[in-house]
Ligand binder design. Structure first.
Ligand code: SPV
Ligand code: MG
Length: 292
């Protein structure tokens, strides 16, 4: 029997095999992340919002995110970890949301303990309002009960450090969410050094593995994270969209400056490269088999 993407992710988490996940805002970014050797795709709300040029604050609908997750899962063979923000409502909404993400091909969801509509975590002076611990436990339990495949992974995301509520509250929430059934805990920090995260990790019981998103403290390398022991997955939360913005800005500016594409052309991927990424070979095969 072949191992499914869900099994692959769960067995890595349970056996302590460290996983890296790269953000994607569309299937092309996801294909490139898989090609680069990441273990999983992060179906980032921040990236998708940015790709629509709107804030990451539940401005996009769940349907827009879900459709993108389905498109990403169809074009990749590594597990997809879907960012479902706050779960789009209360525990009842979560019960209906999870089967849709599972059917779309996601292998995991990450749900955060903020109130709906959320504000993005890394914005300075963002509106960071958390729901009650018991309420979020209900949402975690609802997510676990709603999955069809027991290998589908439910990650509870603690925003207490982001909200400035301190280590004790963050640890209390993490413990409560693991108690409610979360398979892993994403602990987020926007401090510019890893100190806050390292302190949390040192205080963590280790009941379930942790997930980190080191955007704000990029100096924490994968090796340093591994050495901290309790972390199962590192997520690079926005590097696909930032790379895309950098590349487009630079190429667009050069074309304007040069008055044409004569100088940028050689430095860009070839059209053949893009055709390959589009899956051209598979279509040619279909043509030769079925076009009569
Ligand atoms: C995302 O990528 O959408 C995340 C991570 O949730 S962060 O933007 O850092 O909150
Ligand atoms: Mg997000």
């Amino acid at each position: 029997m072949t191992t499914t993407k869900h099994q692959q992710l769960r067995s890595a988490l349970e056996s302590g095999r460290f996983q890296t996940a790269m953000a994607a805002h569309n299937p092309l970014a996801a294909v490139l992340a898989e090609e680069a050797g990441f273990d999983a795709i992060w179906g980032s709300g921040f990236e998708l919002s940015a790709s629509f040029a709107v804030p990451d604050a539940n401005i996009l609908s769940m349907g827009q995110h879900l459709d993108m997750m389905r498109a990403i899962a169809q074009r990749t063979s590594i597990p997809l970890i879907a960012d479902i923000d706050t779960g789009f409502g209360n525990a009842i909404n979560v019960s209906y949301v999870i089967p849709q993400y599972e059917a779309a091909g996601a292998s995991a969801i990450v749900m955060e303990d903020k109130s709906f509509p959320k504000d993005t975590s890394l914005r300075s002076d963002g509106r960071q309002e958390l729901v009650r611990i018991e309420e979020f436990q209900g949402k975690i339990a609802a997510a676990c009960a709603a999955r069809h495949d027991p290998n589908f992974v439910v990650v509870g995301r603690v925003e207490a450090l982001i909200a400035g509520l301190g280590q004790e509250e963050a640890l209390r929430r993490a413990e409560a969410y693991a108690e409610a059934g979360a398979d892993a805990i994403l602990i987020h920090s926007k401090q510019k050094t890893p100190d806050e995260i390292v302190e949390f990790i040192n205080g963590w019981s280790g009941k379930v593995p942790l997930v980190l998103v080191p955007t704000a403290y990029p100096q924490l390398t994968e090796q340093a994270i591994r050495d901290l022991k309790k972390v199962g997955i590192v997520i690079y939360g926005n590097h696909a969209i930032r790379a895309a913005v950098q590349a487009m800005r630079s190429v667009f500016a050069q074309i304007r400056a040069d008055g044409g594409i004569q100088n940028v052309n050689a430095a860009l991927p070839t059209v053949k490269d893009i055709l390959d990424l589009q899956g051209d070979a598979a279509m040619r095969k279909l043509e030769s088999e079925f076009l009569r």
